[in-house]
Design a binder for this molecule. Structure first.
Ligand code: FA5
Ligand code: MG
Length: 447
């Protein structure tokens, strides 16, 4: 059903991807379950929901050049350094990102292509791609997802005269029952750039907000004006990215909680200088296509995007936003796993990569420091064994032995097949495999 190019090979000492060989080193941490996803290109399958949204966004920003990068492999320099990520940024950690080796990685965001795209001399472009992050397991997180980057820059001489904004937009949003809340202000924590004329910076910011609100109108207008529908609440909040300021995130209230759809901001001048367009300024955004699809098509579980079940795929048509009709869900089967953490972990907490637990790939010392327990490592072994059969992994109990000070944790692993019943034997077999591997690879001890 999906085009596959068997171009990815992992051997003990190298990865071979689309003909290029990357030799492994102490950074290499990409399991085969992730390599298998590299050529799926869900965003390019015409009637897949991810691709339907990409096409609608491209249609909305019709004067922007659509770009599709050829490979998910980027240099660490492109993904982080060029964009001003400090050397100790948690995103660089081996627990958070997938590395081929010390120099190359799977991009964690489409912003990794900003500099090369600005270098093409384009003032307006959109870029869609698959991105990779090590993460927790639940219905809205998956280690592979899709982003769309959009940007608009102007020659500084044009900034006094940005295109007029459509003043009708606010009224139209209101009529469709879309409430946009924006209490963000320019402040020392989210300032304009020092060398920008504040009048220009304000105009760029207004243009950014207007452009994205108008996209929201395009995407949600119909949905929110349906009879009896609750008003759709959208909010702008202050954010921080090393490559934009001011920076914002846009969230939508969905299923009883705020769901983050995108990050955006006024492009850091350093990025544009590096892209050989020092006399230009403008804005950029990065949108999560899965998050948006889940809201617009009412898709309840992020794993569904990866299914080949025609009961899912046949429901969608190019150009149309329709409500997903869930087909019968097969019963879940959960198993708990309790274990003692390795002694060294008693002092190092697993959350927050900036803390000692977040391992930065430091020269020569990666594996040695790898003893601290990190939930993402645990989840990845679970995914590697169970693939899409794992629905969620939840910490249900923690305990510190009063005498030995040793820590134990209990996780509930919830298994469910999307397309059929799972037998108890099958699940036990998976659970056993997970157990064996976490004991071997993480130095933990079953209780
Ligand atoms: C970024 O990735 C920035 N590159 C966005 C950006 C671009 C900012 C340009 C400024 C200028 P963030 O990590 O917040 O930011 O991710 C952006 C969006 O991707 C999120 O709002 C969300 O919609 C989506 N996203 C992030 N993590 C996941 C995940 N694990 N699963 C599904 N979607 C995700
Ligand atoms: Mg974010």
């Amino acid at each position: 059903l999906t085009p596959r190019f068997q171009s990815t090979i992992s051997s003990p000492d190298s990865y071979k991807l689309s003909g290029t060989t990357y030799s492994k080193d102490t950074y290499s941490n990409i399991p085969s379950s992730i390599l298998d996803k590299l050529d799926r290109n869900l965003h390019l399958l015409p009637s897949h929901p991810i691709s339907i949204l990409r096409q609608i966004v491209e249609d909305h920003f019709s004067s922007y050049t659509p770009l599709v990068p050829s490979s998910a492999v980027v240099s660490v320099h492109q993904n982080f350094d060029e964009l001003g990520f400090p050397p100790d940024h948690p995103g660089r950690s081996l627990t958070d990102s997938y590395y081929l080796n010390r120099d190359y990685m799977l991009r964690t965001h489409t912003s990794a292509h900003e500099v090369e795209s600005y270098k093409k001399g384009l003032n307006r472009w959109l870029l869609s791609a698959d991105v990779y992050r090590r993460d927790e397991i639940d219905s809205s997180h998956y280690p592979v997802f899709h982003q769309m980057e959009g940007t608009h820059i102007w020659d500084n001489s044009e900034l006094h005269n940005l295109p007029a904004l459509n003043a009708e937009l606010e009224k139209k949003l209101e009529e469709c029952n879309i409430l946009i809340e924006d209490e963000t202000v320019i402040s020392p924590s989210n300032p304009y750039q020092a060398h920008h004329d504040p009048i220009h910076a304000e105009q760029i910011t207004r243009h950014l907000k207007h452009s994205l609100n108008s996209l929201i109108f395009r995407l949600f207008g119909h949905h929110a004006s349906q009879k009896g529908a609750e008003p759709l609440k959208v909010r702008w909040i202050e954010a921080y990215f090393p490559f934009t300021t001011p920076s914002y995130e846009v969230e939508v209230y969905w299923n009883g909680q705020w769901l983050e759809l995108l990050g955006c901001g006024v492009v850091m001048q350093k990025t544009l200088d590096l892209s050989d367009v020092p006399k230009k300024s403008g804005w950029a955004f990065g949108l999560g296509l899965e998050r948006l699809s889940m809201v617009l098509f009412s898709i309840p579980d992020i794993r569904l995007f990866w299914t080949s079940d025609p009961r899912f795929l046949d429901q969608f048509k190019q150009g149309e936003i329709t409500t997903f009709q869930p087909y019968s869900k097969y019963p879940p089967c959960y198993k708990d796993m309790s274990f003692w953490l390795p002694p060294s972990s008693s002092v190092i907490e697993e959350h927050g990569a900036a803390a000692a637990g977040g391992r930065l790939p430091v020269e020569g010392g990666v594996r040695e420091k790898a003893k601290a327990f990190h939930e993402n490592d645990y989840c990845e072994i679970v995914r590697d064994v169970a693939g899409d059969l794992i629905e969620s992994v939840t910490l249900i109990d923690e305990f510190t032995h009063p005498k030995t000070n040793r820590k134990s944790k209990c996780y509930r692993l919830n298994y469910r097949h999307m397309d059929r019943n799972l037998s108890n034997e099958e699940v036990n077999e998976l659970q056993d495999q997970v157990q064996r591997r976490v004991v071997e690879e993480m130095g933990i001890e079953m209780r």
